[in-house]
Write a protein that binds this ligand. Sequence first.
Ligand code: LMR
Length: 334
Amino acid sequence: FFTGCGDNKGDSQETKASADNSKKTYVLKFSHVVSANTPKGKAADYFEKRLEELSNGQIDVQVYPSSQLYKDNAVLKALKLDSVQMAAPSFSKFGKIVPQLALFDLPFLFKDIDHLHRVQDGEVGKELKSMVTEKGYKALSFWDNNFKQFTSSKKPILMPSDAEGQKFRIMSSKVLEEQFKAVGASPQMMPFSEVYSALQQGVIDAAENPISNIYTKKFHEVQKYLTISNHGYLGYLVVMSEKFWNSLTPELQKDVEQAMKEATQKEREYANELDKEQFDLIKKYAKETGKLEIFTLNDEQRKAWKEATSKIYPDFYDKDVIGKDLIEKTLATE
Ligand code: LMR
């Protein structure tokens, strides 16, 4: 098992490498928790291919999907130690490092995906990335996984009152905790890798996830109802171990940046395509098996959810949690 950068191309290469540092080879392990067939999984694989091409094989990228290497929160510690070199945790998972990233968890904050991209590509995105840099990580790029939908088994989630008393799995996020408390539900924090069996065994009643996570982890097969609610967003910040970044030559750093730029463009396309494709597959499953009912919030229901949950914004006005300034700048982004 490789631990960070090092020569891995055999003896003759090693001898050359010590004579000429620019030919040194690196192993870059990229750990994530979702399936390969998700926007994040596919973009990680694309990044692998492009960086290996651009670096002429000097960087060997190894992608580990589905929590094979690290679970949710553990990966950020591992990055700090350079035991793994790259990850793309969802924003909630930065809670202990840069809680301000929970901005993206706030329900009904974004008008649509274009608004979200303008925020990420603009001043707010820059500010958040620099907070992550200050904590000793190389912040590379924002990646999408679209808006979240509700899945449940006790009853369909239509009005906020339908959530009352139900146990919802949440990521480790104060915002998500408050979002569910605001409607009288019981939020349960749990790593992504445990959600399927918790739903199957009825340890939790319900969850919120974007379509591609629901589909690829088969959550719809262990729930009775799916509600298209688009109530909140799920996305990622791609981060690299600072030690690894600093060990690269300026040329290789440029290759990383170029591969990441292209992978980010692709990632946005994958997020859009897979959301549609995989929703069709869920609809097909529902039709064929009769085991899943699908609902879409109407305007009145959506309004009720928005009113009930956006009440939590002022709880996050303090700079140490998110900050009024960041929330207002986001809302004001044209
Ligand atoms: C979750 O825990 O639900 C997500 O963060 C998983 C992921 O990375 O999409």
